[in-house]
Design a protein around this ligand. Sequence first.
Ligand code: GLA
Length: 402
Amino acid sequence: MRLATSLPLVAIALNLAVLAPQAQLVALPVVAEKPPMGWNSWNYFAERVDDKGVRAAADQLVATGMKDAGYVYVNIDDTWEGERDASGVLHTNSKFPDMKALADYVHSKGLKIGIYSGPGPKTCGGYAASLGHEEQDAKMYAEWGIDYLKYDLCSFIPAVMQKQAPDDKAAQMRLMIAAYDKMGKALKATGRPIVFSLCQYGWDAVWEWAPALGGNLWRTTGDINPHWDRIYAILEQQEGLEAYAGPGHWNDPDMLEVGNGKLSLAENRAHFSMWAMLAAPLLAGNDLTNMKPEIKAILTNRDVIAIDQDALGKQGARIYSDGEVEVWTRQLAGGALAVAVLNAGDNRYSTHPFRLSLAKLGLHGAQHGKDLWTGKNVELTNDMPLEIAGHDVFLVRIAAPK
Ligand code: GLA
């Protein structure tokens, strides 16, 4: 009896012994299977970020229901860095007395924590970055419990690329790619699943090479700011990039400005809707402690978030435009379709309404959908007139497009 029951255990033990070396080679758990969601300090706080503010952001993600809606990463951007000591260990500056304790706090809320560095000697803000200390820094992040790294090119351009290959742009790009590869490997070597976010403004068609070196997302443009013109310019630069996004690797049109600056409600809504159509990472960048209810309502619109986080992971594309009005679609899991009609212009009225061509979208006959901003059921018919205010959007989910 004893023998009989212990035999399978022996077999299991033997199997495990055989499997163990292989198991070590197995890839780390997949991160960023869906576009990462969370909050980042830069767009609102910039260099004013500190330990207290990051804890407050974590608290607010929970209190506002944003965590329940999917926002999990609490990302510290630039200006946390202090000086390196004689052994090359990078210390935090006085704004962050204990990074490990901060990570523990964020984790205790059921959230994850992100940090920022770059391949050059300095960050964009002029703080110490990782050049020559890549493995050491990656190990330290893992020891702190970091779950996400944004790696920003900045000073690597003059300090390494232009210095080592002054007249050879292609050679400069190879140096840049090697630097990202180095950190990608260093992160992997820690054994901790860490989202790797490339920030080099889309140079050298980053979408073509970032996934191979472990990039989970990559900025496609220069910086966003809370002005409609900038948000719209970034949107236009995403055209044609849809082929490069998918589970585990995403185009990043930069962090959200929803709730920042003087964006109107329509602009906030349109920005959020279009980032969802783009399967963009949704990193809120506003002051969560003083968030207005209408901004919270935008950021926590579950229907719109479901577009962004759709399991198919297929980025949307612009199908056609008619003057200042653009029509984008995104294929969703289960055969559903999201349609976004964006009025990028300032004025267009019922005297000359935009008419939605279902035919141009490959749809036939009336379509039943849900307007994701009013929550109401809608019927779409070919060439139906749509009146959309300037910088506003009409976003519809069609469950069973025909
Ligand atoms: C660059 C990045 C921004 C931000 C700042 C910080 O400009 O693109 O997103 O991280 O650096 O200095």
